[in-house]
Design a binder for this molecule. Sequence first.
Ligand code: AMP
Ligand code: MG
Length: 332
Amino acid sequence: MPVLGIEGTAHTLGVGLVEEDGKGHARILANERAMLRPLSGGIIPREAAHHHAEVGPRLLQAALEKAKLSPDEIDGVAFSQGPGLAPCLRVAATMARALALRTGKPLIGVNHCVAHLEIGRGLTDAQDPMLLYASGGNTQVLAFARGHYRVFGETLEVGLGNALDKFGRDNDIPFPAGPEIERLAATAHRGPLHPLPYTVKGMDMSFAGLATAAQRLVVQGTPLAEACHALQEHAFAALVEVSERALAHTGKTELVLGGGVACNARLQAMARSMCEERGAAYFCPPREVLVDNGAMIAWLGLRKLAVGDTLTVESSGVLPHQRTDQVEVTWR
Ligand code: AMP
Ligand code: MG
């Protein structure tokens, strides 16, 4: 019973089709994606929404063709209800409502952050993991505990990806800057690490000042590659420290990665080595579901559909500020 999922919280519009493989895991039938890449400056929500409206019909058709399904063969239509940029959320929701009305299939609203965790469980052997979720707009360490998805630590301001992209803009690296910062960092001369502010407050983190301080290194004449290296080492150490403390606090023994920043091989290596040192299992799902994507929305949609947790069109308004811990968990 395939479910179609539409992701549209920020820069990416994604359409995915997913079914259950008979053993409780997700089988991805299609996962089409298009991302707005501004030529200058950051993401403007209205421009991103315009982009999504423009590419939406094509992506929908491409996903159905790839999965060899007609709209009538899907069992439900899920969409990213929140959190995210309101104009973008509305485009995804409008597409989903139209498709649900046309096919007469149920409509399902999905929390984007929880979808990152659930696709990690859906594609790996992780049972009850801690999720280290680091993307453009979000940076959270979260897990299921006592009936809810709870945030154990998070950024106090910008997501790490946004901080990396801002540093990239200041250095003429086009959006998304993360991959190029990773490439440059790997070429850095391995001298002593340039010190930068390391901000972990309790279980929370802060990255805006870190990016500013890394830029100051560049202005002072530090080679860009060395600044990239220092920026990565400090930021990733904070993510891994908070993840480890969350594992210790909850007694959980599995870590799953999610978010575009988790595509970074250095972050993956640091997270893996922390897990090895404390005897926890480490899982990194494939890249296509680390970044924003429709398949993860379809997968959590499928799980919610199975327990009848659906929406009427009237109750399907978007939730730009929805918090992870507000989600009512009906499917586990
Ligand atoms: P998402 O919002 O989850 O789709 O992820 C997009 C963010 O991930 C952007 O801010 C990118 O700069 C960042 N990103 C993508 N690839 C990498 C990478 N290899 N290293 C660090 N950040 C990355
Ligand atoms: Mg995301």
